[in-house]
Design a protein around this ligand. Structure first.
Ligand code: HEC
Length: 140
């Protein structure tokens, strides 16, 4: 007699392996904006464009934007949770909605902001990781 045994195939549960590579911060000597540039292209360039100029009256610019300085402390929260407000950027009003990217870590956010702060002619002071962590605790 044939004994057919159906045992449900179990897929091994691989525990999530947390890989904490603090490469960029451990080795400050390399090119620190590579990670930020990659993340910017993935999450931001669709709207703000590769060269940070934005899109007419809809998307504010990041290149040469005074908002990066005037709202410095708010930027980490804006990247993570988005923005729906009426804001002034270089004297021009913007009132569309920006979606946040909640999966961004403090390291990601630090790298994106520092890439922006040093691209397209911008030269704003860099963010430190502990500063971004502290600011993220104060969102809303
Ligand atoms: C779907 C389009 C869209 C995406 C994607 C997007 N933004 Fe925005 N962003 C906007 C809009 C629209 C505003 C203005 C929001 C408002 O008026 O409330 C804005 C505002 C901003 C501001 C403040 C104003 C300024 O120009 O300085 C910053 C900084 C910013 N975005 C950075 C980013 C970064 C970094 C990313 C990627 C993590 C990103 N945005 C992704 C549309 C977008």
């Amino acid at each position: 007699m044939q004994n057919l045994k159906f045992s449900p195939r179990r897929h091994g549960k691989h525990g999530a392996i947390g890989i904490f590579l603090l490469l960029v911060f451990a080795a400050c000597s390399g090119t620190p904006y590579t990670e930020g540039e990659r993340l910017y292209k993935t999450h931001c360039a669709n709207c703000h464009m590769d060269d940070g100029v934005g899109l007419s009256a809809l998307i504010p610019p990041l290149a040469g934007a005074d908002y990066l300085e005037t709202a410095r402390d708010r930027l980490p929260c804006i990247l993570k949770y988005g923005l729906k407000d009426t804001i002034l950027v270089n004297g021009r009003q913007y009132a569309e909605q920006m979606p946040g990217v909640p999966t961004l870590s403090p390291v990601h956010i630090t790298n994106i902001l520092n890439f922006i702060n040093h691209s397209w002619g911008n030269s704003n002071p860099p963010y430190r990781l502990d500063e971004v962590e502290r600011l993220l605790e104060q969102c809303e």
